[in-house]
Ligand binder design. Structure first.
Ligand SMILES: [Zn+2]
Length: 340
């Protein structure tokens, strides 16, 4: 017997980073959070082109579906390919049958003009009917002017801003700078280093925070709604839930898995339709947070969308050939790595 759940939601992802696993090591060992950004992610994002982005997003979407995740809130940056980049990600997810909420993370890292182009990509995509938010990389790579423009654009388009906030010490000033801008529609990612409350939903990414050595976000003590994301490390939300649970317990041993399960369920506020998707698992107590918290390796077997389409059958996606996607993605990764 198997239990079923709705489709799960990954509330903070970077589909552009799917090909990063196995990338060549940086010349110098990163020692700080800023080193990791400069030597890994900011080398990778600038090397992306339309082809590598397509295969990265497609593989990421397939892996999400195979993990029972049918809704992804994506945060994207590809400085050499800004215009049209959100269409590539959206199309890749749609071709697999996964819902996606897109944004382009604007920044002044590449100069004022690139920041404006990022804003225009958000605006173009959203005005054309794309599902998404206005993206900002993080306050510490943006001028006050760019932060204000992103906030104004989100207000005008009736959406929120999706932004990294206080991920590490370099962004410690973020909450002060965003205090007058953030609204309840904002998606605040990480909030590890914040010294005051901000309006918005907080996306908690425990695996990423541990991997970057930035500390614990203490989501259980925030008044905000909390959602769970992976920050680009796949989209296996039961796996992330288990890690979020032990991270929470390490901080407060009186906590229960129900707290973390509620964070997972809060993701439905961004994708109400995912509640109608049906995921069948290879384990028969997936409706119990206590079972999930202590059962590694639970896998999705079948996924049927709310409108009745079978998207995953016996662990294999139905709309795309998984073997072909893996082979083409591996080729794309080789091309990407050659550029690094
Ligand atoms: Zn992120």
């Amino acid at each position: 017997m198997t239990t079923t759940t709705p489709g799960l939601v990954c509330a903070h992802h970077h589909l552009y980073s799917t090909l990063a696993r196995g990338m060549p090591a940086p010349a110098r060992q990163p020692r700080t959070f800023l080193d990791i950004l400069e030597q890994i992610w900011w080398r990778l994002d600038v090397a992306l082109d339309a082809d590598t982005l397509h295969w990265s997003a497609l593989l990421g979407a397939v892996e999400a579906l195979a993990s029972g995740t049918t809704g992804i809130i994506d945060h994207h940056e590809s400085p050499s390919l800004i215009d049209g980049s959100l269409d590539i990600i959206s199309a890749a997810c749609t071709s697999v049958g996964v819902r996606v909420n897109c944004c382009y993370g604007v920044t002044d890292r590449h100069g004022r003009e690139a920041g404006q182009r990022g804003l225009r990509e958000n605006e173009r995509f959203l005005r054309a009917g794309g599902r998404g938010m206005v993206g900002v990389h993080a306050a510490f790579t943006c001028s006050d002017e760019l932060l204000r423009s992103a906030s104004d654009l989100a207000d005008e388009l009736g959406t929120g801003v999706h932004i990294h906030v206080g991920e590490g010490p370099d962004d410690r000033d973020a909450a002060r700078r965003l205090e007058g801008l953030a609204t309840d529609d904002w998606l605040l990612v990480h909030c590890v280093d914040v010294d005051r409350p901000l309006r918005g939903t907080i996306a908690h990414n425990p695996r990423s925070n541990m991997n970057n050595g930035v500390g614990y976000a203490v989501p259980g003590e925030r008044a905000n709604d909390i959602v769970l994301g992976t920050d680009g490390i796949g989209a296996d939300m039961l796996e992330e839930m288990r890690l979020a649970y032990v991270a929470l317990r390490a901080h407060d041993v009186s906590q229960s898995p129900e707290t973390v399960w509620s964070w997972l369920e809060n993701g439905f506020s961004f994708f109400p339709e995912c509640r109608g998707d049906v995921v069948e698992w290879n384990y028969d107590h997936v409706d119990s947070p206590w079972h999930v918290a202590f059962t590694p390796g639970i896998r999705a077997i079948n996924v049927t969308s709310a409108d009745g389409e079978r998207l995953l059958v016996d662990g294999r996606p139905t709309r795309v050939d998984i073997d072909e996607v893996r082979a083409k993605a591996a080729e794309a990764a080789r091309r990407l790595f050659a550029k690094l």
